[in-house]
Design a protein around this ligand. Structure first.
Ligand code: TXE
Length: 479
């Protein structure tokens, strides 16, 4: 099957005519191909977006709402097909793609379609002298670059606020998981999105992605991906004075205090550790447990991790499908090896899984729990982005806080305690963009979303995203 670029309303191959293989990670085989796009394709996409901008930015919020809402309806109507495509492309379990990825993609579009109807700007009154009001105008052509872990979910999370605010978009999904963005482009055609308003260019990051970031007419870039890529992107975009939103990696702590509801903490930690094979930037990978409950928590987490079914992503009973690629599984396994060299004990997992039959060449691995590592070692400091967690005991609240803040990342964190004073005290001091107390991954799309330190710059979500995708202009009227 050929995946095509979506440029100026048409589905087209790359200008060069070259293609890249696209793998099905569940079977480890090529099953489709994508355009190997480059600067020439990006040029076409940017010029289509520029042409569409005057119409889209002035058609009115009701019209933008109507079309975006129609796209959301079409995602809803095609949920099953999209969920199956997402699982085939990324290896993730169908229960995840059908309950998380696709419903959330629909919610993203609907949320920003309606958010723009409620979005306002400020005015500042200078008594007796003048009044200032702020115009919030769309920026123009913007670039959106998304990763492979939550493909349509994160793709729509970026393009929806950009489009709702009246911008035209040149977007690139990850080359590892391009399929649902392609299916989405067909839904945009069906919904009557005017040509050029959204353009999707497929291809490699350093080639097609780089061309989007470098193009002088993409005025803002919204990116989710690895920290190293984010750094490179910032170095390219900053001298061109582009607006930048970077949502990067994480190495998130879970703090488990002895006074918490341990059963709930363990059940949720299974999800926060191994959900989507640990390939979510919000997964908690460093689990710190207060000493009195350390053994009990550890033994129960290991027992439950061992019960998780790994294999055929299309079986509704499967909890963990395949990792996204062979290279990524090798990277994750290399960290398990490193943990052993650093003195850790692998309590469970650490090895690949062969589900047999047609899935025997897929990229599966067992959920892995490691203990006995020093906090400063690489395994505890670097983002692994796989189904691997480490456990460490702590004694006091101060120690827990120090451990939580001891990495260069600052995306999310989870605190398990029944002491509200402790929870709020810690929430203030933890270096993270998101703090969950006695829960994980509870998401309200109105809240600011993003990280500090090496986890990124800027916030997505709610009006923050609409502010990012608009340029404020102060207008002052003298009485
Ligand atoms: O992501 P990349 P990779 C982390 C995770 C993972 C590591 C590397 O630790 O192991 O990053 O993953 C595009 N100009 N996260 O290498 O390369 C690329 O095509 C413009 C965390 O797969 O950052 C893709 O569309 N674009 C994370 C997107 O960037 C470029 C999600 C992300 O790919 C580019 C994914 C360039 N020069 C990985 N180079 C999270 N925060 O959720 C690449 N891209």
């Amino acid at each position: 099957m050929d995946i095509l670029n979506y440029i100026d309303g048409e589905l087209v191959p790359a200008e060069s005519g070259s293609w890249l293989d696209n793998y099905d990670p569940s079977i480890g085989k090529v099953y489709s191909r994508i355009p190997d796009s480059g600067p020439a394709d990006v040029e076409k996409a940017v010029s289509a977006a520029k042409k569409a901008f005057p119409g889209w930015s002035t058609c009115g919020i009701q019209e933008r709402y109507r079309i975006l809402n129609r796209i959301a309806d079409l995602i809803g109507a095609n949920q099953r097909e999209l969920a199956e495509a997402e699982s085939r492309d990324s290896g993730k379990a169908i229960r995840t793609s059908s309950s998380v990825d696709i419903p959330r993609a629909e919610a993203n579009i609907r949320f920003f379609a309606t958010a723009i109807l409620h979005f306002g700007s400020e005015s500042h009154h200078m008594e007796g002298e003048a009044i200032n009001y702020t115009l919030r105008q769309p920026i123009g052509v913007v670039g959106c670059i998304s990763p492979w872990n939550l493909p349509l979910y994160l793709f729509t999370w970026k393009i929806a606020p950009a489009l709702a605010a009246g911008n035209c978009v040149v977007a690139k999904p990850s080359e590892l998981t391009p399929m649902t963005a392609f299916l989405f482009s067909r839904l945009c055609q069906e919904a009557g999105l005017p040509p050029g308003v959204l353009n999707i260019v497929h291809g490699l990051g350093p080639k097609a992605g780089q061309a989007i970031v470098e193009h002088p007419d993409t005025k803002a870039i919204s990116f989710t991906g690895g920290t190293a890529t984010g750094k490179h992107l910032a170095a390219t975009a900053a001298p061109m004075f582009k607006k930048l939103s970077l949502e990067l990696g994480g190495k998130n702590p879970n703090l488990v205090f002895a006074d918490c509801d341990l059963d709930k903490a363990i059940a949720t930690t299974v999800h926060s550790s191994f959900g989507n094979n640990g390939q979510i930037c919000l997964c908690g990978s460093r689990i710190y447990i207060q000493r009195p409950v350390y053994e009990q928590f550890r033994d129960e987490l290991v027992r439950r991790a061992e019960k998780l079914t790994v294999g055929n992503p299309f079986d509704e009973k499967t909890k963990l499908g395949a990792l996204v690629s062979k290279q990524h599984r090798e990277k994750v396994l290399s960290y398990v090896q490193l943990a052993r060299e650093e003195g850790g004990t692998v309590l469970t997992g650490g090895e690949t899984v062969n589900p047999g039959g047609e899935f025997s060449e897929g990229y599966y691995m067992r959920p892995t729990v490691i203990e006995g590592l020093p906090n400063s070692c690489r395994t505890n400091q670097e983002e692994i982005f796989g189904p691997v967690v480490t456990l460490q005991p702590f004694d006091t609240e101060e120690e827990a806080l120090e451990l939580a803040n001891s990495v260069k990342y600052g995306l999310s964190s989870t605190i398990w305690t029944n002491d509200i004073h402790r929870a709020t005290r810690l929430a203030e001091k933890i270096e993270a963009g998101i703090v969950w107390i006695n829960c994980w991954m509870v998401r309200d799309l109105r809240t600011p979303f993003g990280g500090i330190k090496n986890s990124g710059v800027g916030r997505e979500g709610g009006f923050e995203a609409l502010r990012f995708f608009t340029e404020p202009k102060n207008v002052c009227i003298k009485y």
